[in-house]
Design a protein around this ligand. Structure first.
Ligand SMILES: CC(C)(COP(=O)(O)OP(=O)(O)OC[C@H]1O[C@@H](n2cnc3c(N)ncnc32)[C@H](O)[C@@H]1OP(=O)(O)O)[C@@H](O)C(=O)NCCC(=O)NCCS
Length: 175
């Protein structure tokens, strides 16, 4: 997965009060509600971090939210769990991702995902985690993520993971 190249004049920014969050519409109510009403609050409480992709007109074209979490040793596939201690393990969580309906199907979801994974990888150099976890809203969202290297957690059909080594292998080195 290569690095993100957004259209000229667009920028990825940490969400703030002045961003027009209430106008965002990705077609999924839960995702809209998150950005419109909760993302900023959770960020100010240091529970999660949200980045919005601003188009050249100052509208929100897409966003993603990252958080940290913990996963039980027993929830990981045996091949990965084998080498790990039998306790709760730190994970990065891709909590939300959305692209405005106007811009869907133009590769922005893929680029935002690449950016979110780059953020996870960079943060992981300082605060280690064993995997990136995604809780999928529905089958459509799950099939979007399964196109890349995310795997299903045993017994959790809507919870996907990408182990940290696979994440590192996906990263294109910076110049
Ligand atoms: C899922 C979502 C982020 C994808 O964004 P996007 O910019 O339209 O995606 P892309 O253009 O990068 O699409 C990449 C590929 O995935 C496919 N795809 C796009 N949305 C998809 C979806 N919802 N389900 C399955 N596949 C999807 C595209 O057809 C495309 O395939 P192609 O390369 O063969 O043409 C966007 O549809 C969205 O915001 N959906 C509503 C919110 C949501 O479900 N978020 C995820 C859970 S939090």
């Amino acid at each position: 997965m290569s690095g993100a190249l957004f259209p000229s004049g667009w920028s990825l920014e940490t969400v703030r009060q002045s961003h027009p969050r209430r106008l965002f519409d990705c077609g999924e109510r839960a995702v809209n509600d998150w950005l419109r009403t909760k993302a900023l609050q959770h960020q100010s409480k240091r529970l999660s971090a949200t980045k919005v992709l601003m188009n050249a007109d100052g509208g929100i074209a897409g966003f993603y939210t990252l958080a940290t979490g913990q996963i039980d040793f027993g929830d990981l596939p045996p091949a990965i769990a084998r080498a790990l201690p039998r306790r709760g393990l730190p994970v990065a969580v891709l909590a939300w991702l959305g692209v405005h309906t106007t811009y869907q199907g133009r590769n922005l979801g893929t680029q935002l995902l690449a950016h979110a994974l780059r953020d996870c990888h960079d943060a992981g150099q300082t605060f280690a985690f064993v995997a990136v976890i995604i809780d999928c809203l529905n089958d459509r969202a799950r099939s979007f993520y399964r196109r890349w290297d995310f795997e299903q957690l045993p017994g959790h059909p809507y919870r996907l993971f990408l182990d940290a080594r696979t994440l590192a292998a996906m990263m294109v080195p910076r110049d």
